[in-house]
Design a protein around this ligand. Structure first.
Ligand code: HEM
Length: 498
């Protein structure tokens, strides 16, 4: 591969490619991290590549992340990059199908639904779902089988949707999971692929199924809201009841349709991200029986009661389990579910000389019309920032002076900014951003940690895990979310349970 010179010296260098329109699509699509690290070696932290006719400028490293995630709304827009993918799935009027100012208020409404009180009510419900799933679905119990082999990603996808629907989504959604809802979800999910991202409208059956499912799913939520208004169902600690009655700053209320579409957006936002994270975490535990055992001991030390039984996981306890926290944190470092975060550039962005080309002191412009891509996963696995950057090392988060910890502390002590949905740590120059940063930062982090910690605690309390493939699973980058390939694992009841 040769090094191409920039066509214009004020623009970032363009990654060499053979086929003009297709550009680097195959190279990037197959393994984006290999692509990013190799390009960084050749071109520096800022470079442009061609992706099926689009000009994508990648800005790497903590300072590069800041250019897009910390960019002003006059320079970069998420809605212009994502709406063609998300609006046919979520529905109209919300998230990226409205001005950013409205999305900021919608995130505030969502945050109000994720109160401490709501989050406190979730672990027992999640625990219940786990028991039901492992005992009834997988048939793992003293009276049935003591070992089962599963496709971990498939099992975790089921468990995540069961637990999310039982808690955040509401009991009517949970009740619908075994019926039509599952089909709507599957068809809608079929519209959330890299193909849909590149080509918003193709005359394919999957696109038609997506559109039909969007309408059906939206009507399903509308019916729940209408029934609740008639008083036919109890109100719960869930997101629908929290969103009802939300009013924008200008006095306009959220419509029932808006609520339905926000609920679909939340379902989709949490489903693959958390299924992937729980799968990767459990795969690493299966690969490291020593840490599995330490995690089990952490449960015993913290929860063992005088009668020898273990007390229930609670929302408060999650913050007091350092190893549990570290294994999730470390998994998200190495397997950030979202490898590329896009924004459309709507006015030229000057790239500081220090970032663009330290040797030549040359300034670049990322011009209007390009997309700017942040890849937090690159800084999260950068050997210049983290020791043993490609090895799963949860201990690094326990060591006070570990390389990673120090770097993260240095970068995350950044200013607090109010984006209109509550004050958040801007963190746009952090080398650790699995939940993004800045105004589009994830609002689901606390929910995700509650859900993941409770599920993982349930599993280590009851079972031991073993990899059922000869080598640790590789990564599939061909989906929207970074997933493990062929994640075969066995669950065995712990000795005292058999
Ligand atoms: C935004 C990651 C779970 C709802 C984001 C972003 C990332 C992310 C990287 C920023 C996207 C961007 O800047 O374009 C994750 C991970 C999760 C997770 C790693 C789990 C391990 C959830 C859950 C929910 C959720 C459970 C809902 C309950 C959202 C929402 C946004 C968001 C509403 C805001 C989008 C925006 O402002 O543009 N998430 N997420 N996420 N996430 Fe999550």
């Amino acid at each position: 591969r040769q090094v191409a010179l920039p066509q214009n010296k004020n623009l970032p260098p363009v990654v060499f490619h053979y086929i003009p329109w297709f550009g680097s699509a195959a190279y990037y699509g197959e393994d984006p991290y290999k692509f990013f690290f190799e390009c960084r070696d050749k071109y520096g932290d800022v470079f442009t590549f061609i992706l099926m006719g689009r000009r994508i400028t990648v800005a790497l490293g903590p300072k590069g992340n800041n250019l897009s995630l910390g960019g002003k709304t006059s320079q970069v827009r998420a809605e212009d990059a994502y709406t063609h993918l998300t609006t046919p799935v979520f529905g109209k009027g919300v998230v990226y199908d409205c001005p950013n100012e409205m999305l900021m208020q919608q995130k505030k409404f969502i945050k109000s639904g994720l109160t401490t009180e709501a989050l406190q009510s979730y672990p027992p419900l999640i625990d219940d779902e786990c028991e039901e799933f492992f005992d009834h679905e997988l048939g793992l119990s003293k009276t049935k089988k003591s070992t089962v082999k599963v496709d971990l990603l498939k099992s975790m996808s089921e468990l995540i949707i069961l637990t999310a629907s039982r808690t955040l989504q509401g009991k009517e959604v949970r009740a619908g999971i075994n019926g039509k809802f599952a089909q709507y979800y599957e068809d809608l999910d079929g519209g959330f692929t890299p193909l849909n991202f590149m080509f918003p409208n193709l005359p394919l059956p999957s696109y038609r199924r997506r559109d039909k499912a969007q309408k059906a799913m939206s009507d399903f939520y509308m019916k729940i809201i209408e029934d609740r208004k008639k008083g036919e169902t109890d109100h719960e600690h869930d997101m629908i009841s929290s969103l009802q009655g939300s009013v924008y700053k200008d006095g306009v209320p959220l419509t029932d349709r808006d609520i339905s579409h926000i609920m679909i957006a939340l379902l989709m936002a949490g489903q693959h991200t958390s299924s992937a994270t729980s799968s990767w975490t459990l795969l690493h535990l299966a690969d490291r029986p020593d840490i599995q055992e330490q995690l089990y001991q952490e449960q015993i030390n913290y929860f063992k009661k005088s009668d020898g039984t273990l007390g229930p996981m609670t929302y408060e306890s999650i913050k007091e389990l350092p190893l549990m926290d570290s294994i999730i944190r470390e998994t998200l470092r190495m397997h950030a579910p979202i490898h590329s975060i896009y924004r459309k550039v709507i006015s030229d962005i000057p790239v500081p000389p220090s970032l663009a080309s330290p040797s030549e002191q040359q300034s670049y412009i990322i011009p209007k019309g390009h997309f700017i891509l942040a890849a937090p996963g690159v800084s999260q696995m950068d050997p210049r920032i983290w020791s043993n950057s490609t090895t799963w090392t949860p201990e690094r988060w326990l060591e006070e002076k570990g390389v990673g910890q120090t770097a993260v502390e240095t970068y995350t002590k950044s200013e607090q900014v109010d984006y209109g949905f509550g004050s958040v740590s801007k963190g746009t120059e952090s080398p650790y951003q699995p939940f993004g940063a800045g105004r589009h930062r994830c609002v689901g982090e606390q929910f995700a940690y509650t859900q993941l910690s409770t599920i993982i605690a349930y599993i280590v309390r009851h079972y031991t895990l073993k990899l059922e493939v000869p080598t640790f699973p590789e990564t599939n980058y061909r989906t929207m979310i970074v997933l493990p390939k062929n994640p075969q694992v066995s669950f065995t009841l712990r000795k005292q349970e058999v």
